[in-house]
Ligand binder design. Structure first.
Ligand SMILES: [Zn+2]
Length: 254
C-alpha cells in the first residue's frame, strides 16, 4: 500500500473525475476525464506525469477529455471497456487485475446503465470507482441494459467490503434525497441520513466520497432490505428485484 491521494475534480455541470497520485513519485492516474484543461492544470501544479487513463463506460461526459490529455501526455496508457473513436486503447473486462505504478485495480463488469460499464476496485486502499452504477442514495439510469442486469450489477457492489470508499461519476445526491423523501415519507432512517448528507454538502460542497457500508443501510437501490426500505417492501409484498424495478421506474418518471 502506498498511501494514495485522490483529488476530486469537478467536471461539466455535475460530473466528477478522479486524479490518483502519491507523494513518492510523479506517477498519476485519471479516471473518466471530461474536460482536459482543468485536469492538466492540476497535474502541472502538482508536477505529476499522467501515466494512465481509466474509463468506466463510453458516455461522452466520462470520455470527452481523453483526446486532449493524449495530446499533452502522448505516452499515457488508456484503459477502457470499449473503443474510443480510433484511439489506441487497452481493453479491460470483468476479472482483469491491472497493476499500475501506484496501485492495483480489479475490474468488475457492471452492465445496466450501459452494456460496457465496469467499476474499478482497489482492495488494498479500499477505493471503489463506481462510474454511473451507484450514486449516493441512488443508482444510474438504465440506458442500454435490462432491470435484471442493473440489479445484478448493484448486488455485485453490495457484496464488496463495507470499508470501501465510493467515488461515483456525478453529484446527484440532493435530488436522490428528494426522491426518497417523496417515496418514503417521514422515515426516521432517512432523516438521519439527510442530516449527515447536508453536513457533507455544507462543509465540503460535495457528498463524495461515501462509505459503502453506510450506504448499504440506507440506499434501497443498492440493498432492497436496507433499514430505510424494508418496511415499504414488506407492506407491498415485493421481491427484491420487483422492489428495485419499482423504485427505478418511479425515479425515471420523477
Ligand atoms: Zn453515463
Amino acid at each position: 500500500m502506498q498511501n494514495l491521494s485522490v483529488e476530486i475534480i469537478n467536471q461539466l455541470s455535475d460530473n466528477y473525475s478522479y486524479l490518483i497520485f502519491n507523494n513518492n513519485n510523479s506517477s498519476s492516474i485519471i479516471i473518466d476525464p471530461a474536460e482536459a484543461e482543468i485536469i492538466i492544470d492540476s497535474l502541472k501544479q502538482k508536477k505529476l506525469d499522467l501515466d494512465y487513463i481509466f474509463i468506466t463506460h463510453h458516455h461522452k461526459d466520462h470520455t470527452s477529455g481523453v483526446l486532449n490529455l493524449l495530446k499533452e501526455y502522448p505516452k499515457v496508457k488508456i484503459f477502457s471497456p470499449s473503443e474510443l473513436n480510433s484511439l489506441s486503447i487497452n481493453k479491460i473486462s470483468d476479472g482483469d487485475i491491472l497493476k499500475t505504478s501506484l496501485n492495483e485495480f480489479n475490474i468488475l463488469s457492471t452492465p445496466g446503465h450501459t452494456l460496457d460499464h465496469i467499476v474499478l476496485c482497489d482492495y488494498n486502499n479500499n477505493l471503489l470507482f463506481a462510474g454511473d452504477v451507484l450514486f449516493r442514495l441512488g443508482c444510474g439510469r438504465i440506458f442500454e441494459g435490462t432491470f435484471e442486469q442493473m440489479h445484478h450489477s448493484l448486488q455485485k457492489l453490495f457484496n464488496l467490503p463495507d470499508e470501501m470508499k465510493v467515488f461515483c461519476g456525478h453529484e446527484y445526491t440532493k435530488n436522490n434525497l428528494k426522491f426518497l423523501e417523496y417515496i418514503f415519507k417521514n422515515n426516521i432512517i432517512l432523516e438521519k441520513t439527510k442530516n449527515k448528507i447536508l453536513k457533507d454538502l455544507n462543509s465540503k460542497g460535495r457528498s463524495i466520497p461515501f462509505n459503502l457500508g453506510e450506504e448499504k443501510k440506507c440506499n434501497p437501490f443498492l440493498n432492497q432490505e436496507c433499514e430505510l426500505g424494508i418496511e415499504f417492501k414488506q407492506r407491498n409484498n415485493y421481491s427484491n428485484s420487483e422492489f428495485f424495478r419499482y423504485l427505478r421506474e418511479r425515479k425515471d418518471n420523477y
